[in-house]
Ligand binder design. Structure first.
Ligand SMILES: NC(=O)c1ccc[n+]([C@@H]2O[C@H](COP(=O)([O-])OP(=O)(O)OC[C@H]3O[C@@H](n4cnc5c(N)ncnc54)[C@H](O)[C@@H]3O)[C@@H](O)[C@H]2O)c1
Length: 476
């Protein structure tokens, strides 16, 4: 007999919402409040979906309460103010305060999120029970709940969340018959439990360790949102015949634009002047010289995809471009108007140094005290690659003691940047929080491409960007 389930039954969705509410309320030692808020958010979302199903309104696979409420509103449902609060309170707690970016959720925020989710569930339940009341007109259903709908062929688990909607993943995965399951794991045990019976996995920051991978029973592919796969145990995946895929090409323009933005902020001192003007100061130039940018030398440390994108842009700015990359041929650099030089020449001759090499044991502290001391006193250092490439303690001293002029950082040795980092105290540095990759367009591209890799493997193919090619010879 074909296995069937009935996700189109509004009562089923309300039951799931109740389970989420129960979990959201149950504060236990060791459970993060963010996770409980996530359950509250899921409860509110499921209750709204129950209502949409009762009204037979099609809805995309979104994880976004505002979007779902808009659909309900378009279908003629009046949304009470406390229900509107669900969007603000639950989403705020889960996404904005997710500890990777910010500090933890407070007990009060957790209570508010649960209370408002509770309100949404009761509201939806009331309307569904009323059936053909004046507030909700339930059309006669065309769906036969006794038969249910066919079970999807595959289960794809997203291990940890961070995007307001997952419709892009669904667009890629639905055509191959995959059901998407959203979880918000933090530990390897949580990941192991979540992916045990998954056919495909998409991971953001959660630890996809050997223990978690070895617990899988039918997984064929793990895709990472992003370039780095440090949180996925490649050896364990290869040994199990699991393809690991990444998305190396979704944000070259964004990161090179961000590097330029940091160079400009430092060279034109825009951030510093903004602070001065706000304080009522108007003596620009008197104690903090600015130098003309056109004609200056830009040094690219690493000449891969992002550095090349930056070189193309820098040509239009009339910069002289130097690059240091032991793995690139001089003619490749030349094609993009850059001259390949040794590290010492790059350090001594550049006015702006932008770091674009990967984080490897060989590149750790590539920009250390010795390198900083070789740079011009007027030089600007920008790092949008990975934090460990720059020795932060040495950089803090260089900036304080004037070995170099200023710096712009997007990445840090420890992220988020610790509260007691000496970098926070300095005036001649511009700091952004690992945001160089981000644009709305890059986000959509990242989600779409990661899910497309999983869909490709589930459909019997290979990923476009296979990180562990050795898996081709292992059993699949
Ligand atoms: N801040 C962000 O949001 C963000 C987003 C995407 C990528 N990144 C980072 O940007 C960096 C560059 O990304 P990419 O896509 O251009 O990578 P890439 O692999 O295309 O280029 C890296 C280049 O560095 C070179 N390299 C390796 N070792 C070197 C060394 N010792 N000295 C000099 N060069 C060396 C390589 O030969 C390669 O050409 C990576 O560290 C990546 O993780 C950051």
């Amino acid at each position: 007999m074909t296995q069937r389930y009935s996700p189109e039954d509004p009562r089923e969705w309300l039951n799931r919402a109740h389970s989420n509410i129960l979990r959201a309320r149950a504060v236990q030692p060791g459970v993060y409040l963010e996770d409980l808020c996530f359950d509250a958010q899921q409860a509110a979302e499921k209750a709204i979906k129950a209502l949409l199903i009762a009204r037979e309104v099609d809805f995309p696979y979104v994880h976004d309460i505002a979007e779902l409420l808009t659909l309900l509103e378009k279908a003629g449902q009046i949304i009470p103010q406390p229900v509107r609060e669900a969007e603000r309170l639950t989403r705020f707690a889960v996404f904005t305060r997710y500890p990777y970016f910010q500090e933890a959720v407070s007990p009060q925020e957790h209570q508010e999120a649960v209370a408002v989710a509770d309100e949404v569930v009761r509201w939806a339940e009331g309307l569904i029970q009323k059936g053909n009341s004046s507030t909700i007109t339930r059309k006669p259903s065309t769906i036969d709940y006794s038969q249910g709908t066919p079970m999807p062929k595959f289960k794809v688990v997203i291990t940890d969340l961070g995007y307001p909607t997952y419709k892009y993943e669904e667009e890629q995965l639905k055509p191959v018959g995959a059901e998407l399951v959203l979880t918000n794991c933090r530990t390897e045990d949580e990941v192991a439990a979540a992916i045990r019976d998954a056919d495909g996995v998409i991971v953001r920051l959660a630890p996809c360790t050997a223990k978690a991978i070895n617990a899988t029973t039918r997984c064929k592919v793990i895709a990472r949102y992003g370039v780095g796969v440090d949180n996925v145990d490649l050896a364990a995946a290869t040994a199990k015949g699991i393809c690991v895929a990444n998305v190396p090409d979704y944000c070259w323009d964004e990161v090179s634009e961000h590097a330029l933005a940091l160079i400009f902020s430092c060279a034109r001192k825009t951030v510093r002047h903004d602070r001065l003007v706000r304080k009522g100061e108007w003596d620009i130039g008197s104690r903090d010289p600015i130098y003309r940018m056109a004609g200056k030398t830009l040094g690219l440390l690493g000449f891969g995809n992002i550095a090349r994108s930056l070189a193309r842009k820098a040509q239009g700015l009339r910069f002289r471009i130097l690059a240091h990359d032991p793995f690139v041929k001089p003619e490749v650099a030349q094609e993009l108007g850059a001259t390949l030089v040794d590290m010492d020449t790059l350090l001594r001759e550049s006015d702006y140094i932008s770091v674009h090499a990967p984080n490897t044991p060989q590149t750790r502290h590539l920009v250390n005290e010795a390198a900083l001391r070789k740079m011009k006193r007027t030089a600007i250092l920008v790092n949008t690659s990975r934090g460990p490439l720059v020795d932060e303690a040495a950089l803090a001293r260089a900036l304080k003691e004037g070995w170099i002029n200023s710096a712009g950082l997007d990445v840090y040795e420890k992220e988020p940047l610790p509260a007691d980092s000496p970098l926070r105290q300095l005036d001649n540095i511009v700091l952004t929080g690992h945001a160089a990759w981000y644009s709305e367009e890059a986000g959509v591209e990242l989600q779409t491409k990661a899910a497309a890799e999983v869909a490709r493997v589930l459909a019997g193919g290979w990923p476009k960007s296979l990180v562990n090619p050795q898996v081709r010879t292992a059993a699949r």
